[in-house]
Write a protein that binds this ligand. Structure first.
Ligand SMILES: *Cc1c(COP(=O)(O)O)cnc(C)c1O
Length: 378
């Protein structure tokens, strides 16, 4: 039987040692005897899990004492609203870099809460590249500048933090802890777990002190960072299991991988392997993203026809490579190389890319389909 390699864009792959430890804890949490699924969130044991997770996160990312660490629910999508509720009072304007599917969602959500403007619009560029520093019109009087560090759908990733005099807010959902990028320049960083960090259900938010002291009063507690800080992430029943798995992943990152610098090096190597194979078959694969903006986490590309894309997904799955279809809004193909995907996995992907291109390059149409095909030739 083939090894199954998980290349899904989210929920994504988790390290095998983490899955084994999670399996054990479902039966009985080591040291506690009860299943993690039935552990009280008010128990001393769970408090230790939360504190341990926070401590490890602070150490890995070098989170400064100015920033609070919260474990919340509601995913990235709830943060699209909690950020403007906290930081966008009436009479102010927030800047948004719209560089892809998710930053556009954040921009649209913020319009329900206040005045927003575009600091850069990637739509005329087909979301195929990120802005150059001088193209971003971030105004110093903005309530904040929001951007998405890694556009999961298109496969775009910022190399540098955008420069602005306004407070910075970043959605790091799909590249959090993939490289040593800390919280220091940011007023708020948020990242749900299910792309790079754990199962769905928990979202990590790093929020700086001064955001809390300037927040408007009168928000419902569930939407108010201050209430979550005061309750130390147990304002209501938290996703106990998801938080435990995040702790396991943080332990893996620290103890097995050896920290974020090493993780960053491994991720670079994986992306280099996969892109190398794509570049070698340039006559066959078309890459969506312009040079300089490509993501190390999500590699997007297309075969010469959409039929070949479909066949690619099918054949890849037969070869044990699961989750290679592009996002439903964009089509094409997407290979996600999150932290838990290994160099060995990336080598297997590279090998498959070369073999598939070799097998199909002469035809341009998959065997068994009419040559006159309904195939959309690009
Ligand atoms: C997947 C994704 C989201 C959506 O998060 P939900 O947890 O589904 O609400 C937001 N931002 C980014 C960058 C994503 O990749």
């Amino acid at each position: 039987m083939n090894i199954i390699r998980n290349l899904c864009a989210g929920p994504g792959a988790l390290p095998r040692s983490v899955l084994l430890a999670a399996q054990e804890a479902v039966l009985a949490l080591p040291g506690a005897g009860v299943s993690i699924l039935g552990l009280s969130h008010r128990s001393h044991r769970f408090r230790q899990i939360l504190d341990d997770a926070e401590e490890r996160l602070r150490a890995l990312l070098e989170v400064p004492p100015s920033h609070h660490v919260l474990f919340l629910q509601g995913g990235g999508t709830l943060q699209f609203s909690m950020v403007p509720l906290a930081m966008l009072p009436a009479g102010r304007v927030a800047d948004y870099i719209v560089s892809g599917y998710w930053s556009q969602k954040a921009f649209e959500a913020a319009q329900h809460h206040g005045n927003v403007r575009l600091a850069w619009d990637g739509r005329p560029h087909g979301f195929r590249r990120l802005p150059r520093a001088e193209e971003i019109s971030a105004r110093s009087d903005a309530a904040y500048l929001h951007y998405v560090s890694n556009e999961t759908v298109e496969g775009l990733q910022f190399r540098e933090v955008p420069r602005t005099a306004a407070p910075l807010v970043c959605d790091m959902s799909s590249d959090f802890l993939s490289r040593p990028l800390g919280a220091t320049p940011f007023s708020i960083v948020y990242a749900h777990a299910q792309k790079n960090l754990g199962p769905a259900g928990v979202t990590i938010v790093l929020v700086r002190d001064d955001v809390l002291s300037r927040m408007p009063s009168g928000l419902a507690p569930i939407l108010d960072y201050r209430a979550h800080c005061a309750a130390r992430s147990i304002l209501h029943t938290p996703p106990v299991f998801s938080i435990y798995v995040v702790l396991l992943v943080l332990r893996w990152l620290g103890d097995e991988v050896g920290g974020l610098a090493e993780m960053g090096r491994i991720n670079e190597e994986k992306a280099r392997l996969v892109r190398g194979a794509l570049n070698e078959c340039q006559h066959f694969y078309q890459q969506d993203i312009l040079p300089g903006s490509e993501s190390e986490m999500n590699v997007t590309f297309r075969c010469p026809t959409s039929q070949l894309d479909t066949l690619f997904v099918e054949r890849a799955e037969q070869a044990g490579l699961v989750g290679t279809a592009g996002h439903r809004s964009r089509g094409g193909l997407r290979i996600s190389l999150y932290n838990a995907v290994t160099i060995d996995d990336a080598q297997a992907v590279a090998k498959f890319l070369s073999a598939f291109a070799k097998e199909h390059r002469s035809t341009g149409t998959p065997p068994g389909t009419a040559a006159s095909g309904a195939g959309v030739t690009r």
